[in-house]
Design a protein around this ligand. Structure first.
Ligand SMILES: Nc1ncnc2c1ncn2[C@@H]1O[C@H](COP(=O)(O)OP(=O)(O)OP(=O)(O)O)[C@@H](O)[C@H]1O
Length: 269
């Protein structure tokens, strides 16, 4: 790695000027900085004409070349999707110096915040309750021929008992071609990024494990596999294995929902 790149990495905002609260961008007034992602700087803003909260995602100047594709993909895919659990795309702005996507602000906390900041603990039944809710949205997304490719705990929000899925920067249409460098990637990266519906199921396998491990008390010192460590039903383990593609793989979200419904241990028939 070139030396400058090594030092650059921990300072993602280096060379970027942040908008201060109160700055106005067209009809939106910035309220606060929400975070910086791989291609964008994200703000919470207010739409001055509707007084609605919105999210402004600005393409980072430093990532203009590599960020352009995820920026355009997120735009294309959000435009295609229309679901209460997916942010609606309101507008695209190009003010000459920056490009922005304006999207619906989804209320709630991410599962990452719930587990790691608020210490929430989820039982087997809870984990599959939320998985079911997510799969109902994923079923819709897949029906539109979209693969999310980033279904991780920081990208799934919970508000009351409703979930929302955000961050479609890595999403692709099922008909899109794999990245040119795909065959050079490590097998794990290929599993997480392949343009196939199983990629989302694989991510959801990890999602369920995060929820289940939130209530896990490690007894011995020796680390074991999740199958040995987690005290959950065989049926649930089989669903997780199949999400990971360890014991056959699921072809659709519907198939997973059917297996969950059949599992009496987690409230099914
Ligand atoms: N539509 C939205 N509604 C509510 N919060 C959002 C929305 N979009 C993004 N956020 C929040 O804004 C922050 C930054 O999000 P963003 O997607 O830009 O980057 P990231 O998810 O942190 O990183 P990366 O894009 O590299 O995965 C996150 O905390 C995320 O929860």
């Amino acid at each position: 790695m070139e030396v400058w790149k090594k030092f650059w990495k921990p300072f993602p905002l280096w060379g970027e000027r942040l908008h201060k609260p109160g700055s106005v961008i067209e009809r939106y007034v910035v309220q606060k900085f929400l975070g910086v992602g791989s291609y964008g700087i994200t703000y919470l803003a207010e739409d001055l004409s509707t007084h609605q909260k919105v999210v402004l995602k600005q393409l980072r100047k430093r990532r203009k070349t590599t960020g352009e594709r995820p920026f355009q993909k997120e735009r294309e895919i959000l435009q295609k999707l229309s679901h209460p659990a997916v942010p609606a795309l309101y507008a695209e702005i190009n003010d000459g110096s920056h490009q922005y996507l304006v999207m619906e602000y989804k209320e709630g906390l991410t599962f990452e915040q719930l587990i790691f900041q608020f210490g929430k603990k989820y039982s087997e039944k809870d984990a599959f309750h939320y998985l079911t809710k997510i799969l109902e949205v994923v079923q819709y997304i897949h029906d539109q021929n979209v693969v999310h490719r980033d279904l991780r705990i920081p990208n799934i929000l919970l508000y009351n008992d409703s979930i929302s899925i955000i961050d479609f920067g890595l999403s692709r249409l099922i008909t899109d071609e794999e990245e040119e460098s795909f065959h050079k990637w490590e097998p794990e990266k290929q599993r997480m990024r392949k343009i196939s519906f199983q990629t989302d199921f694989y991510a959801l396998g990890h999602f369920v494990l995060f929820l289940l491990y939130s209530s896990f008390d490690q007894k011995g010192k020796k680390e074991k596999s999740w199958e040995e460590e987690l005290d959950i039903s065989v049926e649930s383990k089989n669903i997780i294995k199949k999400l990971f593609g360890m014991d056959g793989s699921y072809r659709s979200a519907e198939e997973i929902l059917e297996d969950i419904q059949k599992n009496s241990e987690i409230g099914g028939e």
